[in-house]
Ligand binder design. Structure first.
Ligand code: NAD
Ligand code: DAU
Length: 350
């Protein structure tokens, strides 16, 4: 039985990846390693937690001795690495935590893999899940390709860029079979409500202001999270060692247009007067170092592995709103406790 370690499997994207692998590959043993920070939640995996090919281990990738021991005891065959501090605004208030988890944690995993697999690197794979933010910011035209030079601007993207460099260096120096993908903004179920779309859904539902940074003119390229998980599956199984793939939705939206669309959907779903949710839009101080535009050229992934996004954004956004409205208990559980103090620090008292 192939043993695959998925890190960060209790988070937003990780939980979709774990679910996909547990369901689609009964001959793999899936080990989900997660520290369960504020962003990790085992409720995200309730539907598969009893499956015989699934195991959860609570642990911190920053703890090198623990990671080494885990690789030895579990005889890990391959890694899909998603564990990270992932929120740009938090990286602005606490950069060091991002260096520890995203850089040191990644190097700890690489070291453990290097020692455990040194006799036959080609039978093992280290898949590092990264972001398009490493490429920096686009002007009004152009797309990020796999050849775009790295130019990170936030402590988050700088830490992800650094971890990408370490992964490539372990492939080039030690011969580890490593692959990297750089994806655009994801949306969908289990998205933590500190990020724009779930935060706005939650606030609209509760009649609270929708905080739009600056003038809302920044552009993001949105991809349904299950399309990302499908791309990860294809890349894990089929990409050549040492390769990089960009993943994106060809789906650019200014933040303000996206929020207006979301308000329209929420008015319909909540049976509110058309236009009433949009009255909650509130322009607030811009994010420091705010990248203007991200947009991905995913033609390499489409040509090599036959991937393409499966959902139109309007359909995906409606599905996402339905999921949040039907999963009140989940939303309550993640917005209690620490979430309130984060929210007050970031946006001021409600
Ligand atoms: P998330 O914040 O929802 O989840 C991160 C998970 O990692 C959580 O379960 C958390 O408990 C765990 N974790 C954090 N620190 C850890 C540590 N020290 N040890 C073990 N586990 C730890 O993040 P996400 O949005 O699901 O992102 C997952 C990955 O995908 C990240 O590497 C991120 O950089 C990348 N990514 C995210 C997006 C996006 O739009 N969200 C887009 C492209 C790439
Ligand atoms: O591009 C991929 C990246 O997408 C991932 O690597 C990150 O992990 C993920 O968090 C996401 O980063 P962003 O900064 O783009 O996502 P966020 O949802 O925080 O913000 C999206 C846009 O909305 C961005 O331009 C900032 C803006 N925004 C965000 C928040 C939280 C607001 O206007 N108001 C807000 O309250």
């Amino acid at each position: 039985m192939k043993k695959i370690l998925i890190t960060g499997g209790a988070g937003f994207i990780g939980s979709h990846v774990v679910r996909r692998f547990v369901n689609n590959y009964p001959n793999y043993q899936i080990i989900n390693l997660d520290k369960l920070t504020y962003a990790g939640n085992l409720l995200n995996l309730k539907d598969i937690e009893q499956r015989p090919n699934y195991k959860f281990i609570k642990g911190d990738i920053v703890d090198a001795a623990f990671i080494d021991q885990l690789f030895t005891e579990e005889q890990i065959d391959s890694v899909i690495h998603l564990a990270a501090e992932s929120h740009v605004d938090r990286s602005i208030s606490n950069p060091l935590e991002f260096v520890m988890t995203n850089v040191v944690g990644t190097v700890n995993l690489l070291n453990a893999a290097r020692h455990q697999w040194k006799h036959a690197y080609s039978n093992h794979r280290f898949y590092h899940v990264s972001t398009d933010e490493v490429y920096g910011s686009l002007g009004e035209t152009g797309l990020f390709t796999e050849e775009t030079a790295y130019d990170p601007h936030s402590p988050y993207s700088a830490s992800k860029a650094s971890s990408d460099h370490f992964v490539r260096s372990y492939h080039d120096t030690y011969g580890i079979d490593a692959v990297i993908s750089n994806c655009s903004n994801n949306y969908g179920s289990f998205h933590f409500p500190e990020k724009l779309i779930p935060l706005s859904i939650n606030n609209i539902k509760n009649n609270l202001p929708i905080p739009v940074y600056g003038k809302g003119e920044n552009i993001r390229d949105w991809l349904w999270v299950e399309d990302h998980a499908r791309a990860i599956d294809l890349i894990f199984h089929q990409a050549p060692a040492g390769s990089t793939y960009n993943i994106g939705g060809h789906n650019e939206w200014t933040n303000i247009d996206l929020i207006r669309l979301l308000c329209k959907i929420m008015d319909q779903k909540l049976g509110r007067e058309p236009g009433s949710s949009a009255k909650l839009i509130t322009f607030v101080t811009d994010r420091a170092g705010h990248d203007l535009r991200y947009a991905i050229d995913s033609s390499k992934l489409q040509a090599d592995l036959g991937w393409k996004p499966s959902l139109q954004f309007e359909e995906g956004l409606e599905k996402t709103v339905d999921w949040f409205l039907n999963n009140e208990e989940w939303l309550q559980s993640v917005t209690s406790g620490n979430y309130q103090s984060y929210y007050n620090d970031q946006y001021g008292k409600r």
